[in-house]
Design a protein. Sequence first.
Length: 531
Amino acid sequence: MIKGRVNPAQRLEDQGIEGLGNVYYNLIEPQLMEHAIARAEGHIGKGGTMLVSTGSHTGRSPQDKFVVRTEEVEDTIWWDNNKPMDPADFDVLYADMLAHMQGKDFFVEDLYGGADPAHRLDVRMVTELAWHGLFMRHMLRRPERDELDTFVPEFTIINSPSFRADPKKHGCRSETIIALNLTKKIILIGGSEYAGENKKSVFTLLNYILPSKGVMAMHCSANHAPGNPVDTAVFFGLSGTGKTTLSADPSRVLIGDDEHGWSEKGTFNFEGGCYAKTISLSPVAEPEIYATTSMFGTVIENMVWDEDTLELDFEDDSLTPNMRCAYPLHYISNASETALGGHPKNIIMLTSDAFGVLPPIARLTPAQAMYHFLSGFTAKVAGTERGVVHPEPTFSTCFGAPFMPRRPEVYGHLLREKIAKHGATCWLVNTGWTGGPYGEGNRMPIKETRTLLTAALDGSLHDAEFRTDANFGFEVPLHVHDVPDVLLDPRRTWNRHSEYDEQAAKLVKMFAENFEQYVPYVDDDVKAIML
């Protein structure tokens, strides 16, 4: 039985997906919540939130993600970073998943990936769980109701958590599977209820499609000055570096918190919502994000809550430290209505240096920006993962290697070209440690970090006097109003300067060793940074 609004020429049967039970097309949020509750997928929380648990999978499964190795994509995929799947194995997988879906109810959401109509991706999301449909209505951009009458999906994503892959039969690693067939324009997800797999599959698609159009796909947050989209800033950063917190500046307009494109016209958000971490979320430090956790339709994922009062416990990470909430962008009061911005005037690359070597802010040349963009450095600290006792460097190219189907230099060259064309100023901001490494020094004070960022974004930092860093060659300001001079020179914050020098030499060596893989693909001025 078919229920809901859909292009009559674009039903699942027209795509060869037949024999299902009830198929619900483009239900809105209250309807999806009704189905989720009736199907015992979750519970209604305070304010009408949707409380859900994702079982054993509380995060992405990158080792179970595959790209189908067809002739059409053979020469364009970064195979060192993307596991290949044989086309024949995919065909068997697809047939077996369709057989598994027979007679089951499914929910279809036709959505847009991208706020810029010229570059958006029309995505059909087919989900076994009603709350996954709700999640994706938050995450992607929702067509107007009359647009659904003519909607034609470019890619179809099918997510059936109850399906179990067979490694021997399907050429995969485990019962969990994320298989991208860029030729057939189908993505199959099975064996995991973690909703982030849906969102990041779309991001991976856009990361593949957009560079061929000259559009830079970016794992970053973005904001702009009030009433002035031309004054746009983007914030690259891995988890824990402050990407969401620092871009959520109440004095600026939020374009988005995670995934963006940079086209010939400017910056645009891929998404229609936010997927924020909630562990230790504070009503004082992050009041607007905190408020969404009691707003209607917000998906509360893997949080512990009181069965009597429905109060959420923001400190209990017994299910996972990766507990999250998903909500539409308009729940944030200073969010952009269009999700569009100008060409980035400032590019911020965030890092959390647990070695205590990097300064709180540094200005980068275009060559240095490419070096640090391809490096994608941050550091793990003790307690973040089992077995981590001392700070460990983490290099995730382009600040998002798991979602990069093309070789990293494709994105690096595209970023450098756009910086050169539009005159963006690039900054490296360390939100990590100073005065010593993790365990000895102190975390970079957030007040000073915000002061430095404000000075960079309003242009006042450009007039500062700079020194050249002896280790990395970038420019570091000597004096900034309301920031102690000593903080700007990390060597001075250490009790023993010789120990800082030793630690700095180690970090420089780590960078150089990691960057060796990119040397054949970059220009001489980028290579010279390693010398």
